[in-house]
Design a protein around this ligand. Sequence first.
Ligand code: ZN
Length: 249
Amino acid sequence: MLTKDTAICIRATDFSETSQILTLFTRATGKISVIAKGSKRPKSAFDGPVEVFSYGRIVFSDSTKEKLVTLTEFEQQPGFANLANNLFALNCCLFGAELVNSLTNEHDPHPELFDGFLRFLQNTNEKQKTKNEKQKTLSLLILFQLTLLREIGLQPILSYCVNCKNNFKTDWPQTYFSSSANGLICRDCEASFPDKIGLTKNAANCLANAKLIAETNEKTLNEIEKILVRHFTEILHKPPKMAKYVLRS
Ligand SMILES: [Zn+2]
């Protein structure tokens, strides 16, 4: 049976001189591993070799018996050309792809996450020709990471203290984030959470009110991204590979 879907490539490896093995994140089917036979030939049904972030309509043969699905068509849309010229933006998008790959299961659809990931790639690509592109890229990555956590059912609690349930207030003298609690912890409760990290006022305000993230300064964004990297490291039981390329710069 042939299935049609829309896909973003999140991993591409060579299988032979002419074929590739791809991990595709699709809108209706979720993550799938496919073999694209002949994709590296000059003329193929895939509009040329498939690369990470290739995006478009696909057709694949859906056999539940076989783990590896055969890709029969990939109608590639004009991609995200600006990413190739900006290493930081490219690394942020690769980090996003790594997290999608690590935190979703095959054949487990997440259409809202697919839309969020596509928007993240499109917006990041567009922002590379504007001022403050690094601040914008980092804020887009953080907002995508929060979307990802929500869509996979791990939404952190950021509007009140997870322990005592008191609503977050901007005049809290100190606010913490704890991975084990999956959210914010107030000063009165912090002693019970050895893994907590103290937040600056700006970072706490941004986490409690995500609308502020797009406009906040790069220093605060770096602080939030460090916390999210630690959080993803706890969730995955290992540091994400791309994290160091995003935090280093
Ligand atoms: Zn509390």
